[in-house]
Design a protein around this ligand. Structure first.
Ligand code: PLP
Length: 330
């Protein structure tokens, strides 16, 4: 399969917000969008998105993972950007209609259909820098994706950045393109300077997350991660792993921790990133103040693998979905 995010289904689901109301959504052939060059999004970054997956089981039907939680998160993102808030039932139906239409394009697990609802401000007004976009377009793009680790599970190397923040406090938990733009420069600099894969942002020593994934520490009996606040994105993979970890008997410690504690704990704890695209991605090396610190023995850990399997078994339909996370489609 082609590189993640470069192959698309031939339809999208799309709706406009005009005159104070959402219009009727429709399925349309995938095609370029026509927009006025003054559209708010181009100038003032009024955009947010979601990312989650649908899996096709052996019965030929699809299951969307945590659909309603992702819809709720998109509503939160839209509200924080003062964009028109998508109606929850409307957006969920846009997703399920599209998945039903494209169900035959979904490759079998571990491959899946990645879904990318996107909301953009389309108000035609370049004088609206300090005003919200009162018009918007919402679409759902679908992309068949392969196993992220088809090339073998290597461990990641992260730069521990204890000065610069990934983004600002007011947008930290908003899934918006501007946050990626803010993290891009520091991430590319770190790649070039230290040969790392990602930057773990820890402003003032507070261990937060990387540019696009949450961060967890895992031992044989405990999972440690930062408690929810406005500084970082509230990942659904993080939340799912914490719930499954509790089911499996791990103590879940949502607590703030410092770079100093992190460096001490990785002598015994496994470290991993979490996010929809790759599920859990084990971290093998940290770079801090120019020195390399190996996480345990530098190899992927057994607890990370066990938790990832617990989550994927639910997604792939190998065990019962006791948490009610899946929405059946098709
Ligand atoms: C999307 C995202 C995540 C991961 O969230 P999931 O719901 O687990 O996919 C983590 N951090 C950032 C900054 C993100 O944008």
């Amino acid at each position: 399969m082609s590189q993640f995010g470069t192959e698309f289904c031939d339809h999208i689901s799309i709706v406009r917000y005009l005159d104070g109301a959402w219009q009727a959504p429709s399925l349309q052939p995938l095609a370029p969008l026509s927009m006025h060059p003054a559209a708010h999004v181009f100038h003032y970054a009024s955009s947010c998105f979601e990312g989650f997956k649908a899996y096709r089981w052996t019965d030929g039907r699809a299951r969307v993972f945590r659909l309603h939680d992702h819809v709720a998160r998109m509503q939160k993102s839209a509200a924080s950007l003062r964009l028109p808030i998508p109606d929850a039932a409307m957006l969920a139906t846009m997703v399920t209609d599209l998945v039903a239409h494209q169900v035959k394009d979904i490759p079998e697990p571990p491959s899946s259909l990645y879904l990318r609802p996107t909301l953009i401000g389309t108000l035609e007004n370049i004088g609206a820098a300090a005003a919200p976009s009162t018009e918007a377009t919402l679409f759902v793009l679908a992309s068949p994706v392969g196993d992220y680790f088809a090339g073998g599970a290597a461990t990641l190397k992260l730069l521990v950045e204890d000065k610069r923040a990934r983004t600002t406090e007011q947008l930290g938990s908003t899934k918006t393109g501007g946050n990626y733009a803010a993290a891009l420069g520091p991430t590319l600099e770190a790649k070039e300077k230290y040969g790392v894969d990602q930057v773990l942002f820890c402003p003032n020593g507070d261990v937060q997350e990387t540019g696009a994934a949450n961060f967890l520490l895992i031992s044989d009996d405990e999972i440690i991660t930062k408690p929810l606040d406005t500084s970082f994105l509230h990942g659904m993979t993080r939340d799912s792993i914490l719930k499954l970890g509790a089911d499996l008997g791990y103590t879940v410690s949502e607590k703030n921790f410092t770079v100093a504690q992190l460096l001490e704990w990785v002598t015994t704890y496994e470290a991993t990133l979490s996010g929809t695209a790759a599920c859990l991605s084990p971290v093998g090396t940290l770079v801090y103040e120019g020195k390399e610190i190996t996480v345990r023995d530098g190899k992927p850990g057994a607890n990370t693998a066990k938790l990832q399997k617990a989550l994927q078994d639910i997604e792939y339909g190998l065990v019962h979905d006791t948490h009610g996370w899946l929405t059946e489609v098709g």
